[in-house]
Ligand binder design. Sequence first.
Ligand SMILES: [Zn+2]
Length: 91
Amino acid sequence: MRPSDGMDEIRITAPVPGTCPVCATKHDERDPHDRDSLYYQNQFFKANKRFPSWWDAMGHCTDMTKAVWAEKLKKRGIILEAPAKGGQDGQ
Ligand SMILES: [Zn+2]
């Protein structure tokens, strides 16, 4: 991170045509949103008062896709916690 960046406001990049309207990242619509996208985190936080987990990012994916991504993330050293069940906000 460059020192000069710290003084500026974080710039949230809005989705542009050809990118996902949810996370402003270019990805296959069947794949998870980019959980690390600042735009996604910002929008998600506004709506849910918490930051998104990978399970949130994969909410629209099939179980097959979720399993594949859970493995991919595991290989990157990211172990997914058990998926949050619906209606258990606040914890
Ligand atoms: Zn997305």
